[in-house]
Design a protein around this ligand. Structure first.
Ligand code: GDP
Ligand code: MG
Length: 305
């Protein structure tokens, strides 16, 4: 009996609020992380150039467009969403950016600076990694998986839940399929056991694929997005529970609304009408594809959310 009581107490006091998985995009400078975040966010246009080079980590959560700089000492300063590159890189632990993209219904996305960025200390990066769950590591096809990446990944991988993907970006820069196959064989061998999967992709081709399903497939995005969505909806770690309306730390008050969470999760999957209502502009086809992936996973018989 005593034991039972203790367990009950522990259960109540230690219960962690369920939340969405937090996915970090990592890799060297110019590996394509910010371009990938653009691809994943799809139709919700970023109000700023997230490809600006000197930015602190950008933590993207679902919500109406807003930006807040979180300093290393924990203090917060709202910032001009159109001038994020004015935020002090040295003082800022990360910029919290809210964005209405539906992708952010299933995860938070953290667009990290390059791993060798002199403005981001290794300690600061590792401390942020401790707050995320999983990683898509971007490595450019022409110089894939350099020693610096292998060394840094060694320090990072055990801080994740293991749901990590290695994305070999800029595959369009290789001369032909044979070069691609050789490069992939090498990278897969060198990273054996370090990632759940390795995918080649041309993010630019994926962004350009428009309505063309064959081009979307050929870009490598289809296979990658399929796996990523599957992983985010069924994370390995019990720390990252699925919860459609998790409110991130320091969330602005307009994000803390508590509407019927479960319903909303499935509504995302279900209704194109809703999408049209909230997004009166043109919805790029690539976004619909990400949504289709979400929809497929959420409506699949037996899919357990
Ligand atoms: N050729 C090619 N260029 C790409 C691709 N993805 C990104 N880039 C370019 O690579 C450069 C660096 O991309 P960026 O996303 O800013 O890299 P980050 O520093 O990792 O965030 C930009 O000029 C992108 O346009 C791709 O798939 N193919
Ligand atoms: Mg970037």
């Amino acid at each position: 009996m005593t034991k039972e009581t203790t367990l009950d107490t522990a259960d109540t006091s230690l219960r962690v609020a369920p939340r969405k998985p937090r996915l970090a995009l990592m890799g060297e400078f110019s590996a394509g992380k910010s371009t990938l975040s653009k691809l994943l966010l799809g139709g919700a246009p970023m109000p700023v150039r997230v490809t600006a080079t000197r930015l602190p980590p950008v933590w993207l959560s679902k919500g109406a467009d807003s930006a807040v700089a979180i300093r290393h000492d924990g203090t917060e300063t709202p910032c001009d969403i159109t001038a994020l590159d004015e935020v002090s890189v040295e003082d800022t632990r990360y910029i919290r950016l809210c964005n209405p993209s539906e992708t952010l219904d299933i995860c938070d996305l953290v667009d990290m600076p390059g791993i060798s960025d002199p403005n981001l200390s290794t300690e600061a990066m590792l401390s942020l990694v401790d707050d995320i769950d999983c990683v898509v590591w971007c490595t450019p096809a022409t110089q894939a998986w350099r020693q610096s990446e292998a060394a840094m990944w060694e320090r990072i991988k055990d801080r994740t839940n293991g749901d990590n993907i290695l994305l070999v970006t800029q595959a369009d820069k290789l001369r032909n399929d044979r070069d691609t196959a050789r490069m992939l064989a090498r990278v897969r061998k060198e990273t054996e056991g370090l990632f759940k999967a390795v995918y080649p992709i041309s993010i630019l081709k994926a962004l350009d694929s428009g309505d063309d399903e064959a081009k979307w497939q050929a870009s490598g995005a289809a296979e990658f997005v399929d796996h990523l969505v599957e992983m985010l909806l069924n994370p390995s770690s019990s720390a990252a529970q699925q919860a459609p309306h998790y409110t991130p730390p320091n969330a602005p008050s307009d994000m803390a609304r508590s509407d019927d969470a479960g319903e909303t999760s499935l509504a995302l999957a279900g209704s194109d009408d809703d999408e049209t209502a909230s997004d009166p502009g043109i919805v790029p086809k690539r976004v619909r594809r990400v949504r289709t992936e979400l929809r497929g996973r959420r409506t699949r018989p037996g899919a357990d959310l």
